[in-house]
Design a protein around this ligand. Structure first.
Ligand SMILES: *Cc1c(COP(=O)(O)O)cnc(C)c1O
Length: 474
């Protein structure tokens, strides 16, 4: 078989498998139906000595993965904050693999570099961020935090007369981090990797709507007497989608020379909707922002964005040149802004998704998701044996399930909640996750899939109703 025939056959086969996977989403259980042992048994062949026909490799892959692919691309997946994938984004992602450009520098993949440049500009416009902000397309918000906070470290220490890239962190003026109790774990991990140390973090309490309080921040900042400080704010926290009051908080932090970083992994998309945009008032005043394409925009995974207002700080922290870098006049080289060297051309899927939806389509996706999240939360929370804990302000809601026995304790309700989540998931009709919020176990309802429909909501509510109706009092 010629190489070309091999490509043709194997890609056609993969395409057919992919189409049948996507078409079967409505019929398959949403959760995984194959257990760990079975998956290991299927995949864990001896390291092959001889090669295998590529068609067989793909067929075996699909057969062995059976039951081990969760339905997160479908409309009834409400666990964590996970989007599906738009047709144009998925197809563009396939092309990205076929083109297989090394998106480290412009010279290695000129078209990809320009696509990224344009997509970065579009994203800033959509989010209402300063047009002069720099950006990087990274694997997700985790790496976007690392990128933004690397820029923060560069700038804050430079201001204190310390060149961190030359001198390292040992002996550097300590940088303090002020953030809220509702921060995402990825923030802490980025701080850890960058050498700030968890001890540098001051955690301020939130109000009952999950927001940092301006007077609390004022007090904390006064205590720091203009020492280098990073203030971490949230646009959409993972449990209830809380937005910090940016217009109040950021000027306080800036008055004390702090760098303000905003975790907007999914919440920044609220900027696309005239209905929800007000939640982000003042967010553009921050120094850096993160966001994920692979959540609410519904690109395939491996798609996060870092934005930095101070482009020089960003470049100062990440830029790298070698004798074999080939520079093209006026071009944007990703290696100046990204923590990676060789990397996937991940701007392509974003570009395609933004074109498929347009501003209006994104606004509609955001608004629809919020309506569905509210409907799911209010209706499941209203079932006998359930209680609504957080009515969504955007696309995140919380529900709790109550142990009906007289004298049941909070711990009993916690158990009942986890047990009910597991039973709903076991129906295969819908997938929800659990979380602990304000000391209570809750079922988390997150909607960010472009495919979620009214019918999906009906099916999910019916599944919850069925489970609660059949649950024997414990
Ligand atoms: C998902 C999420 C993250 C982590 O993002 P990744 O893309 O998984 O790296 C950080 N913060 C918030 C609020 C999130 O929802």
């Amino acid at each position: 078989m010629s190489d070309r025939d091999m490509f043709t056959q194997v890609l056609r086969s993969a395409c057919a498998h992919a189409l049948s996977h996507l078409a079967g989403a409505g019929r398959r259980p949403v959760h995984a139906t194959t257990d760990l042992e079975t998956l290991r048994r299927r995949f864990d062949r001896p390291l092959p000595e001889a090669g295998t026909d590529p068609l067989d490799v793909i067929d075996d892959l699909v057969r062995d993965a059976e039951g081990g692919i969760i339905g997160s691309t479908g409309g009834r997946f409400f666990g964590w904050v996970i989007g599906g994938t738009l047709p144009a984004a998925l197809a563009a992602d396939w092309l990205t693999s076929a083109w297989d450009q090394n998106a480290a520098i412009h010279a290695c993949g000129p078209a990809e570099a320009v696509i990224e440049e344009v997509a970065g500009r579009w994203l800033k416009a959509l989010f209402g961020l300063p047009p002069t902000a720099s950006f990087a397309f990274v694997t997700g918000t985790q790496m976007a935090h690392l990128t933004c906070l690397g820029a923060a470290r560069h700038r804050l220490l430079a201001r204190a007369g310390w060149n961190v890239e030359e001198q390292g962190l040992a002996g550097a003026p300590p940088i303090g981090i002020i953030t809220s109790s509702e921060r995402h774990g990825s923030v802490e991990r980025a701080l850890r990797i960058l050498g700030f140390g968890k001890r540098a973090i001051t955690t301020l309490p939130c109000n009952d709507r999950g927001q940092l309080d301006p007077s609390g921040l004022e007090d904390a900042m006064e205590g720091r007497a203009h020492q280098p400080t990073i203030v971490l704010l949230q646009a959409g926290d993972l449990n209830i989608g809380a937005f910090d009051p940016f217009a109040d908080l950021i000027p306080i932090a800036h008055r004390h020379d702090a760098w303000v970083h905003v975790d907007g992994a999914f919440g920044l998309w609220a900027a696309a909707s005239p209905k929800h945009r007000h939640l982000l008032r003042g967010v553009e005043l921050a120094d850096s922002w993160t966001n994920d394409g692979h959540k609410w925009l519904n690109t395939p995974f491996d798609c996060g964005y870092a934005f930095v207002a101070d482009a020089d700080a960003h470049r100062g922290a990440f830029s790298h040149r070698t004798s074999y870098t080939m520079l093209v006049d006026g071009a944007r080289d990703q290696i100046d802004w990204n923590p990676e060297w060789s990397r996937r051309g991940r701007g392509v899927a974003t570009y395609a998704a933004l074109r498929q939806l347009g501003r209006a389509g994104i606004a509609d996706l955001v608004e629809r998701s919020c309506v569905h999240a509210r409907e799911l939360t209010v209706r499941i929370g209203g079932l006998p044996g359930a209680e609504m804990v957080w009515e969504p302000t955007i696309n995140q809601g919380l529900v709790r399930f109550l142990d009906p026995r007289p004298g049941a304790t909070e711990a009993d309700h916690d158990l009942r909640t986890d047990e009910t989540i597991a039973r709903i998931t076991a129906t295969g009709e819908a997938f929800f996750g659990g979380t602990t919020w304000q000391g209570k176990r809750c079922m988390r309802i997150s909607v960010c899939n472009w495919q979620t429909s009214k019918e999906d909501v009906e099916r999910a509510v019916a599944a919850a109703r069925g489970v609660l109706g059949n649950l024997a009092p414990t």
